[in-house]
Design a protein around this ligand. Sequence first.
Ligand code: SF4
Length: 301
Amino acid sequence: MKRFVRYQNGNYTVTLDTLTGTKIRENDLDFFEADTVESMDIKITNYCDMGCPMCHENSTTEGKHADILGPSFLDRLHPYTELALGGGNPLSHPDLYEFLQRCKEREFIPSMTVNQTHFLKHYDLIKQLVNEKLIYGLGISLGNPTDEFIAKVKTIPNAVIHIINGLVSLEQLHKLKDKDLKVLILGYKVFRRGEALYDQEGLLIEMRKTRMYQTLPQMVEENWFKVLSFDNLAIEQLDPKRLMEEDEWNEFYMGDDGIGDGFTSASMYVDMVERKYAKNSCSIERFDLLPTIEEMYKSLK
Ligand code: SF4
């Protein structure tokens, strides 16, 4: 695939740098109106052996793998659609490699999110997937920021460390700072096991969220990380908009994903295990898969 790819979506043009993941949307109007999704989160398995107490997917070793090779809307996606594969542990899916090869043939742009433990355990396989251009980006959910972990993350060009607001401690953030790392802050999801953990440890979670809110200006001011990004829930919880000018915000913000009232992002969530789709992974309202992504996206707007 070429480094820079370009396509039309509704009333705007999308340019994507496949090397860095930078995306630019352009038109001569003062609003963007998408016809289809540019990216989607896809759950490909509910199997996972980690048993994390905050798992909002309720993934276990009893969890099923999705049928990702059978006929589905995936066969008709437009080239350059970004697929963020997750689980469960996506590395545990027996058809992962073949699926990624098909994605490559169709010119999709897959990325994957794995847990730190699985990242270290399957480091060689992940390197292979990156080298073969079968995945473009890698999200790694932080467990414990050891020196070995940080050194290995730095060998994967598009690796982004995922931290959860309310779970990550200041001490862990200090271990990660000034190491030239890319970090994505995810909002804490009071959902499924995340709800059970919140019932038990809500005070601690709220205390950490407050600390994160207070520390964020310093983090940004001092450039602790090479790149610092937020999912929509973290934006709601941490209000990074307070740290920039309006036009800077408009330049970076990628749209609402249905966490609040709005749904203006060109992304959505698909659970291939249960064969359902929704605005995002926290949506309780889920619908049976339709033959094309355009039909599903339009029904959510
Ligand atoms: S590693 Fe991820 S999918 Fe597995 S139990 Fe933990 S949070 Fe859930």
